[in-house]
Design a binder for this molecule. Structure first.
Ligand code: AMP
Length: 549
């Protein structure tokens, strides 16, 4: 296994193999097995394009060889940052066929984050768009290339800058070079952690574990070759990629309908036209769609399943989604580190609407523990910790973080507070300092560190505030230095200069003199969350605008 990754102890690994959880198959092998069977079937629909399984296989093979011609070698890391498009999937599988390891960045990430991923992963290449939503990724890549010594290649989907290579050009030659042998125990991809630390951690997933992840998640969601999956959430997210995501769709011989648009006006005609059967959404999308009159104008009878992931959706909204689509609702409470919990399709309504599901695998070991790691009884909230055949044993190259994030016997500390009732889990809150903005995670520490670089700031604390659409948004409590002040606009302008993803920006600023602290001097973030929640509730009650201030 790649240096810097923590393997499963042999006793666990051999058990997972023996019991068939690990099939000894790489991610591309699992997909090519289906390509061999379903050649002429449509694998991907994207705008006016329809790509067959056969064509997908050809493009993947050609790109893998093109990457190899450019010197990309097995186990080298490559940051992949593409909007939802067939090229995302082709590049993802091609990198793996060439033995390289895609590091999955979101289209929203900017120079600060991409630079960090490249440095931390020691990446040799970057694959990005030319221009997307008005942002020039080529210029960003040029800038990063000047700073990051490991980076040797920039591949661009579209028109590259001088010195960069067009992704299409990789596929030009008629090349029969044999592809390298890749072990199923090798690292297949690196996902980004939901972020509780100053900068996102990298989550190395092996071929064996990830193939099991998407096959098992797909089985629990009833995927088969009739599945027509709507891919609108960013594909770099574990939920949209492999939980069950586009990879399970292919593994079961279904069809992926991709779109980078999420508005009801774009999505619902697509559902009708392509007879989509599985819709994966997140809290803000579900709310926007439920508040829209567009769905009522379309034939949605093809939809059999709506899966929500990334953040908890309220029970009444789950029920309304079932009514809107005449489908089954499935809640997915997952982690990119591994463990996935999904409600079952035949669960009774109270479980589907209220619970956060239960582990997808009989081999998932979960415990719910108090602050001293003692198991709490059913019905009592505690921290969820877990291990199993698809839950990592450590982040990439992060020994100190690993010592805190995993127990000595290899359980991953999710930081989620849950209770268990009759086998189902219910998320009640969390221990970790992050803001869950409709599924996108914001690390308080990361944003605070950037705000501290402003000389006007004496103290800052970024916490979650309630939001009707996103569930939570970031609110900055700030103590200015003596004689200084700061406006919301100044704060945003300062952070904009830091070149970070926009979704991380605080959406409200509260200027204060002090922070509430414990007798030991620790800032009581819980109290700050309550202060801002009460204030917003009072503003709402008073008819005031609970928005930016
Ligand atoms: P990520 O690694 O970005 O997939 O984030 C995983 C985290 O998102 C979990 O540890 C939870 O805190 C949160 N999460 C994901 N899905 C749900 C859900 N359905 N309900 C509540 N929290 C969720």
């Amino acid at each position: 296994m790649l240096e810097g990754c923590t393997p499963w102890p042999e006793e666990f690994a051999s058990r997972y193999r023996q019991r068939g959880y690990w099939r000894g198959q790489t991610v591309p092998q699992a997909i090519f097995e289906v390509i061999a069977r379903h050649g002429s079937k449509t694998a991907i629909v994207y705008g006016g394009r329809r790509i067959s399984y056969f064509e997908l296989g050809q493009r993947v093979g050609a790109m893998a060889r093109g990457l190899m011609r450019h010197g990309i070698k097995p186990r080298e890391r490559v940051v992949l940052q593409l909007p939802n498009s067939p090229e995302f999937l082709v590049a993802f599988l091609a990198l793996q066929q060439a033995g390289a390891i895609p590091v999955l960045a979101l289209p929203a990430h900017r120079q600060a984050e991409i630079g960090h991923f490249i440095r931390h992963a020691g990446a040799v290449a970057y694959i990005g768009a030319d221009i997307d939503r008005g942002f020039d990724f080529r210029a960003m890549a040029d800038e990063i290339l000047r700073r990051e010594t490991s980076l040797a290649h920039v591949f661009i989907n579209g028109a590259p800058n001088p010195g960069q290579v067009a992704l299409d050009a990789l596929m030009a030659a008629d090349d029969e070079t044999p592809l390298p042998e890749i072990g199923a125990g090798d690292i297949a991809l690196m996902l980004l952690s939901g972020g509780t630390t100053a900068l996102p951690k990298l989550i190395p997933r092996t071929h064996d574990d990830y193939v099991y992840n998407f096959r098992q998640s797909g089985a629990v969601s009833g995927f088969d070759d009739a599945t027509v999956y709507l891919a609108i959430l960013p594909l770099a997210h574990n939920f949209a990629l492999g939980s069950p995501g586009i990879l399970a769709t292919l593994a079961y011989g279904g069809t992926i309908v991709m779109s980078a648009e999420t508005r009801a006006d774009d999505v619902f005609p697509l559902i009708e036209r392509e007879r989509i059967s599985v819709v994966c959404g997140a809290v803000p999308l579900a709310i926007a769609w439920l508040n829209s009159d567009v769905p009522a104008r379309h034939d949605l009878s093809s939809v059999r399943l709506f899966i929500n992931g990334g953040a908890r959706l309220a029970p009444e909204l789950r029920q309304r989604l079932e009514e809107m689509f005449s489908c089954t609702y499935q809640e997915s409470f997952g982690t990119a580190e591994g463990l996935l919990n999904q409600t079952r399709l035949d669960d009774p309504a109270p479980i589907r609407f209220e619970s956060s599901g239960r582990p997808i695998s009989e081999a998932d070991e979960i415990r719910i523990v108090d602050d001293e790691d003692r198991d709490v009884p059913d019905g009592t909230p505690g921290e969820l910790i877990c291990r199993g055949p698809y839950t990592i044993r450590g982040y990439y190259n992060a020994p100190e973080i690993n010592a805190a994030a995993f127990t000595e016997d290899g359980f991953y500390r999710t930081g989620d507070m849950v209770k268990r009732n009759n086998g189902s889990l219910y998320v009640e809150g969390r221990k970790k300092d992050l803001i869950n903005r409709g599924g996108e995670k914001i690390s308080s520490e990361e944003v605070e560190n950037l705000i501290y670089t402003n000389p006007k700031v004496k103290g800052v604390c970024v916490v979650a505030m309630p939001d009707a659409m996103f569930g939570e948004k970031a609110c900055a409590f700030l103590i200015p230095r003596d004689g200084e002040t700061m406006t919301f606009e100044e704060l945003v302008a300062h952070l904009a200069k830091c070149n970070i993803a926009k979704f991380k920006l605080p959406e409200r600023l509260e200027i204060v003199d002090t922070f509430p602290t414990s007798p030991a001097g620790k800032i009581l973030r819980k109290d700050l969350r309550k202060i801002i929640a009460d204030k917003i509730a009072a503003e709402r009650a008073g008819g005031g605008q609970a928005g930016l201030s």
